[in-house]
Design a protein around this ligand. Structure first.
Ligand SMILES: C[S@@+](CC[C@H](N)C(=O)[O-])C[C@H]1O[C@@H](n2cnc3c(N)ncnc32)[C@H](O)[C@@H]1O
Length: 252
């Protein structure tokens, strides 16, 4: 944890105007989500964070569910992966950010229900906060120890979608800007968890400052090759794909 706290205090450049604009505009249109959707990814991130923090049991991580939809991811993290045991335990806080107000309202109602129906265990309501990303930049509550941007950095599932329409609606350059927006709010030593993107993270400029953490990612959104304007073959290495990345250095 010492290392992460030291990292948190390091100066990081803010997102550029363009990164901010892309970061705050709608990418994926579907609001579908469900509880514990990416268990292997969540477990890999938790193991990594706890590995950094083996001495300090009263850990307090700050996590972001970017594209939180109806809240299942943030609630999963709060209740299953970073539960607060009410005394010297895990004091992690989670922010969920979306642009779709109806989903945010549903997420808030689900969280209130979860805090009151948790088998008698007390969960402070302040552990999870849902925000509208149009009004509040993610940097307002950063820097984060981990950012989950699952099934968000993609244009997928819409009728008639194909590599050409993806490149038009969400070009590779915009993917890079989205990543820049997230990167500006992530601590050095923090984790970026991105299942289901339209493009390979490893092709982005910022990936040079990241290192992969092996995790089973279960990507179902096909990657697009911007050069050939075609879907790429899966790079699934025995189920271990490159969806979880650790930030090695800031963009200085
Ligand atoms: C398919 S849901 C993913 C929900 C959850 N992350 C999951 O994987 O289960 C995609 C969500 O991303 C949201 N979204 C799209 N662009 C966004 C942006 N720029 N900032 C925040 N949320 C965004 C959509 O409104 C939608 O609710």
């Amino acid at each position: 944890m010492e290392e992460m706290q030291a990292d948190a205090s390091r100066q990081q450049p803010a997102a550029t105007k363009q990164q901010q604009e892309v970061g705050q505009s709608q990418i994926q249109l579907s609001h579908a989500s469900y509880m514990n959707r990416y268990p292997d990814e969540y477990e890999a991130v938790r193991e990594y964070l706890h590995g950094h923090d083996s001495k300090n049991k009263a850990s307090k991580y700050k996590l972001l569910s970017f594209g939180s939809a109806t809240g299942e991811e943030a609630i999963t993290l709060a209740t299953m992966y970073y539960p607060d045991n009410g005394g010297g335990g895990d004091n992690t806080v989670i922010f969920g950010v979306d642009l779709h107000q109806e989903s945010i309202d549903k997420a808030r109602a689900s969280w209130v229900a979860a805090t009151t129906n948790n088998g008698g265990k007390i969960i402070p309501e302040s552990k999870v906060t849902f925000l509208n990303g149009k009004d509040t930049s993610i940097s307002a509550h950063g820097l984060y120890d981990a950012i989950f941007a699952n099934s968000v950095l993609c244009y997928h599932g819409t009728k008639g979608v194909n590599p050409e329409s993806i490149l038009k609606k969400y070009p590779f350059e915009q993917f890079e800007s989205s990543l820049g927006y997230l990167d500006a709010s992530l601590k050095v030593g923090g984790v970026l968890a991105i299942v289901n993107t339209n493009y390979h993270f490893s092709r982005s400029e910022i990936s040079k400052r990241y290192t992969p953490l092996l995790a089973k990612c279960a990507n179902f959104v096909p990657k697009v090759d911007a050069e050939t304007v075609a879907y790429e073959r899966s790079d699934n290495k025995n189920g271990m794909e490159d969806c979880v990345w650790v930030k090695k250095e800031a963009n200085l």
